[in-house]
Design a protein around this ligand. Sequence first.
Ligand code: FEO
Length: 168
Amino acid sequence: MLSQVMQEAINEQINNELFASYSYLSMSAWCEHQQFTGCALWMRMQSDEERDHALRLHDFLLARNARVVMKPIAQPTVDFESVASVFEMALAQEQEVTAQIDKLYELAFKEKAFAALVELEWFITEQVEEEKTAREIVHKFKLVKDDPASLLDLDRELGERKSDEGDA
Ligand code: FEO
């Protein structure tokens, strides 16, 4: 049985993942509105992934006979300076999620919640991948700067993202 403190912390992380999903959807809407349809698709798929992350923890809690308690989801950023800044925010968001997962893992360790530790290992690996992917895209936008032809190419490349990328 999961301790109360562990249950609350995992519920909190469900909220964090749903916020990430909501935030990526907001980024997707902004990109689409700016006619960057490839970036919009990439962000929309990322939003779906974050929802899957929330559901993993949701299912884990229920499998451990614990309660899932939904909380309000904060409003994400809705305006951005540029499509490059959208991806910079995505990277910052992933770094924040990594810190949240690390904290949760540390708590599970202290609480001797062994099943939770195993579950959270998947998230630790996933965060390495997510940060790497976001960092690479931010780097590409830095190279491209404001060159319209290169921006269009990059948008096209991002629009080719496959649904199994990121493995979630
Ligand atoms: Fe669920 Fe991108 O972290």
